[in-house]
Design a protein around this ligand. Structure first.
Ligand code: PPS
Length: 292
C-alpha cells in the first residue's frame, strides 16, 4: 500500500519532502530576495547534489579547503527549500550558495536577473532511480518501497520527491534562456573531476591556484568524501533526520549501477518511456562508464 500522502507535500504541482519543510517556508521562496553574487546549485534528487555542494564549498570557502574550520557541507551550502538547521538565509553573508531540487517555475523570481548563476547537475535517470530506491528505503523521511518493480512505477509516475524526472530536466533546459545557467553531468564529473571543477570555476568566474585546485579535487573524491563526516550527511541522517537501517549517503558513486538491478523487461520499459518523453532533447546521457 502507498503511504504517499504521509511523505509527500505537493505544492503548486511539485512534490516536496513533507517531514522537513512546510507550506509557509515554500510560500516565501518566490519573493525571496536574490543577490547578484548568490549561487544556486540545482538538481533532481540523487543526481550529485552533495558532491557538488562539497565542490562549491571547497571552491568558495578557504577555511573549508584548508580545514581551518569544521562546518558541515550542509551548512555551507544549505538546501533552499529544506532549511533543516533554521539558518537565517536572508542575512547570511555573501556569497550565499544554496542547493535546491526546485523546478524552474518555483525558484525565486529574482533569479531571472541573469546575473545570479545557476549550476544544474544531471545524471542518467536509471542510476538516479536506483540511487533513489536505496535512499528511500534507508531514510525515515521518505516512503520505503519493497521492490524495484514497484519503485519504478512510482518514479515514472512522479510519485516521489522531485516529481517526474523528465519534467524537471526538460523544464530547466527549455527555460534556460531565462537564467544564467550551466548544465553539467554527474558522468562528466565522474570521468574527469579535475576538468569538471575547472569548468565550474570558469562558469562562476573563480580563479584557483593549481595548489587550491588540487585541494578541491582531492577532497571531492568519493573515497575522501565518504570518510569525511562533514561531507557525507551520515551524522545528519542518523542523528537528526532518522534512518531505518544502517546505510550510507555515499553508497556506490558509480555509473551504470542500474545494470545490476533492472531486469531486461524493466529496462525496456524504461527505454520506451525515456524515448517518448525525451524526444529531441539535446543533452547527452551516459549510461555506462565505458561509454565515450
Ligand atoms: S540527494 O539526496 O538528492 O541530495 O542525493 P545526491 O547527493 O544528489 O545524490 C547521491 C548520489 O551521489 C553519489 N555521490 C558521489 N558519486 C561520486 N563521487 C562523489 N564524490 C559522490 N558524492 C556523492 C552518492 O553516492 C549517491 O549515488 P549512489 O548511486 O546511490 O551511490
Amino acid at each position: 500500500m502507498d503511504n504517499t500522502d504521509e511523505y509527500l507535500l505537493n505544492f503548486k504541482g511539485y512534490n516536496f519532502e513533507k517531514l522537513i519543510t512546510d507550506v509557509e517556508h515554500l510560500e516565501m521562496m518566490e519573493d525571496f530576495e536574490i543577490r547578484d553574487d548568490d549561487v544556486f546549485l540545482v538538481t533532481y534528487p540523487k543526481s550529485g547534489t552533495i558532491w557538488t555542494q562539497q565542490i562549491l564549498s571547497l571552491i568558495y570557502f578557504d577555511s573549508h579547503r584548508n580545514s581551518t574550520e569544521n562546518i558541515e557541507t550542509m551548512d555551507r551550502v544549505p538546501f533552499f527549500e529544506y532549511n533543516i538547521h533554521n539558518l537565517d538565509y536572508v542575512n547570511m553573508p555573501s556569497p550565499r550558495i544554496f542547493a535546491s531540487h526546485l523546478p524552474y517555475y518555483l525558484v525565486p523570481k529574482g533569479l531571472k536577473n541573469k546575473k545570479t548563476k545557476i549550476l544544474y547537475i544531471y545524471r542518467n535517470p536509471k542510476d538516479v532511480l536506483i540511487s533513489f530506491f536505496h535512499f528511500s528505503n534507508w531514510v525515515a523521511t521518505l516512503e520505503a518501497t519493497e521492490t524495484i518493480e514497484h519503485y519504478l512505477e512510482k518514479f515514472l509516475d512522479g510519485k516521489v520527491v522531485g516529481s517526474r524526472w523528465f519534467d524537471h530536466i526538460r523544464g530547466w533546459y527549455e527555460h534556460r534562456h531565462d537564467f544564467s545557467i550551466m548544465f553539467l553531468s554527474y558522468e562528466d564529473m565522474k570521468k574527469d573531476l579535475r576538468g569538471s571543477v575547472l569548468k565550474i570555476c570558469s562558469f562562476l568566474e573563480k580563479e584557483l591556484s593549481e595548489e587550491d585546485l588540487d585541494a578541491v579535487v582531492r577532497q571531492a573524491t568519493f573515497q575522501n568524501m565518504k570518510s569525511d563526516p562533514r561531507a557525507n550527511y551520515g551524522n545528519i541522517i542518523n542523528k537528526e533526520i532518522g534512518a531505518r537501517s544502517n546505510g550510507y549517503f555515499l553508497r556506490k558513486g558509480t555509473i551504470g549501477d542500474w545494470k545490476h538491478h533492472l531486469t531486461v523487461k524493466q529496462n525496456e520499459r524504461f527505454d520506451m518511456i525515456f524515448k517518448k518523453n525525451m524526444k529531441n532533447f539535446p543533452l547527452k546521457f551516459v549510461w555506462d562508464m565505458n561509454e565515450d
